[in-house]
Design a protein around this ligand. Sequence first.
Ligand code: HEM
Length: 440
Amino acid sequence: MNSLLELDDIQSGVLRPRPAPYVATYIALRIDERDAGRELMSRVANVVTSAANPTSPLADTGVSVALTYHGFNALGVPQPSLDTFSWEFRQGMAARAKDLGDVGASSPANWEEPLGSTDVHVVIVAVSPDQERLEAALARARNTYRQMKGIEAIWRQNCHALPNEKEPFGYRDGISHPAIEGSGIPGSNPKEEPLKAGEFVLGYADELGGIQRTEPEMLGRNGTYVVFRKLHQRVAEFRRYLKSNSNAPDDEELLAAKMMGRWRSGAPLALCPFHDDPALGADPLRNNDFMFQADDPAGMKTPGGSHIRRTNPRDASIAGVARIHRMIRRGTAYGPLLPEGVLDDDGADRGLMFAFVGAHIGRQFEFVQSEWINDGIFFGAGSDKDPIIGSTDGNGSFTLPRKPVRRRCQGIPQFVVTRGGEYCFMPGLKALRWLSELQT
Ligand code: HEM
């Protein structure tokens, strides 16, 4: 296949959508001895799958590896090299908490240990369509560090698909993906021009014409930034809010759809504003084939404040340009499903391991999180936040444009709490070998 990107040097976890259904495991490692860390890099380079076969089903099972800034430090990457990585990455997610809205229950002081600490150095992710192949991939990954003095596994999170590809609030997830020039993987919206590869992989031109380079160049080339966030979802509270703010079951589903911009089936309000269409929701050729501006400038169908219109306003008229704030998402659900109809919290931990992939943590992930999710000024809605994932103090608000009068929802509690997270870098395969050969 003709490709601009050096796919055989890029980790498959960067470009490849996760399989559906899926099982996944995240493992965090601490490097206590520099030489052991370098040996680990050499071993994982043989286990990690590349993006060379973008559409092969065999590549549905894969292992990816990413490092935090502290991980690079533990390996002895020289400071002048470290200084060429993005400022946000060098700070780490915990240090950026206030800007990300990680305050109150979500503040790093309340995070699950050891997330956000200087101990998290390497994050290994194994993903597969089924448990059997996941176990095989995990065994390969574990062999790289098991019985190696100086490497400690310090955290693990198992994830698994919920029925019908839904996330814990009950919406179909994993629908909208950007198209990337040269990746060999089609995007999900035929109306969106493919984005320049440099938006997602270092070493290539991005939408602004810039090329991100590190020192040495091959350390960053074909690598990307990955943001992991463990997001706990208060499902019972979400259900109670919908129930007590609607007049009938139909209205409850409509309110849920307005908050997301899609019915829980995945069908977009842009294409079926008045009633659900489950066949449309499940059809990957149609369920993301829409824009906003010409058809729905005022948000009568898809409110400007809904989760999907905030996080990707597409061509809608907003302050700024949406294309430079796009991202690849790789969310995987964790915890047990809260049975249908249950309105009381059962105390179980459930939610989403959110994963962002992109070449610009600042103007992609952090911008979307702080300006589009936790503010409403960009589309003229004052301080309204994302009604589903906004960081509120229990008093969030959401506007549904409507004729003759708009509908206002108030007193929206915080439905999503951050339990921890890390800013990581996922190097290319050659860079992993370079790390293993460091002599400093
Ligand atoms: C527990 C937290 C979250 C839940 C339950 C959630 C749920 C969803 C769902 C159901 C969709 C629509 C289906 C799809 O297109 O895949 C979606 C889309 C999206 N979400 Fe989230 N999400 C969460 C967190 C986040 C965060 C933290 C971000 C960014 C910082 C984000 C960014 C996006 C984007 C960019 C889209 C695609 C919008 C589009 O292109 O239409 N989400 N999310």
